[in-house]
Write a protein that binds this ligand. Structure first.
Ligand code: 3PG
Length: 221
């Protein structure tokens, strides 16, 4: 897949799913990326929840076979660190005006988290049309997302938090959802153990499930 020709949100829309990665050892970054690509999910939100996150971004910078994002970006300084390390998009758990402003200054896509109408209103006022709905399941799930999208019909959501193979398609079927985030295909313990073939298998299973669902939905039209 050529990542550079489409916008970040177009690419994420095509891939549909964003693995939310917590890395403890940056030396596994390329093996992890290989597993994601092999499993048909060529993107990652590498969180800055561990110091290894930034090192992993640096190790993956310049790879043209996957779209590289940074997650848990909490302030403008983090934006600079993440972008300097190679992040092509920036995800935050909540809305931070300083984060969004610095992303604009640095020319990278910001996908801040929202979970209330007030936060969404602030995000829309800041000119955003793509947000993360976080933590999706805990904040009310699909009914909440549906309710939030009512007054904001132009907004597209990336739900994340509590998504699993058995509920991800119900989110992706929603017309206001452009992609979904989750960690089930990149379990932290599996990565620590260096079982990257298992990560590739989990990604491939997820890919097959999403593609199968899409084919079924298209066939049913
Ligand atoms: C995130 O930051 O999006 C979440 O940590 C992912 O949530 P999950 O671990 O429940 O998939």
């Amino acid at each position: 897949m050529t990542i550079a020709t489409a916008t970040v949100t177009e690419t994420l829309t095509n891939i549909q799913i964003v693995p939310v990665v917590v890395l403890d050892d940056p030396s596994g970054a390329n093996a992890l990326a290989d597993a994601l690509v092999e499993g048909g999910i060529p993107c990652a939100e590498i969180t800055l929840r561990t110091p290894a996150g930034l090192e992993a971004l640096k190790a993956l910078r310049g790879r043209t076979d996957l779209l590289l994002g940074a997650g848990t970006v909490l302030n403008a300084a983090d934006v600079d660190l993440a972008v300097d390390a190679g992040a092509q998009f920036i995800v935050s758990p909540g809305f931070g005006a300083d984060v969004v402003t610095r992303c604009r200054e640095r020319g990278v896509t910001a996908i801040p988290g929202i979970s209330t109408a007030s936060e969404l209103q602030v995000a829309v006022a800041a000119g955003l049309r793509h947000v993360k709905f976080f933590p999706a399941e805990q904040a009310g799930g699909l009914p909440m997302l549906t309710a939030l999208s009512g007054p904001f019909p132009d907004v597209r959501f990336m739900p994340s938090g509590g998504l699993r193979p058995d509920n991800v398609n119900t989110y992706l079927d929603h017309p206001a959802v452009f992609a979904a985030g989750g960690s089930w295909m990149v379990p932290r313990a599996t990565i620590i153990a260096g079982h990257f073939s298992e990560v590739a298998r989990l990604c491939a299973d997820t890919r097959a499930q999403l593609d199968g669902h899409k084919r079924k939905a298209q066939g049913a039209i």
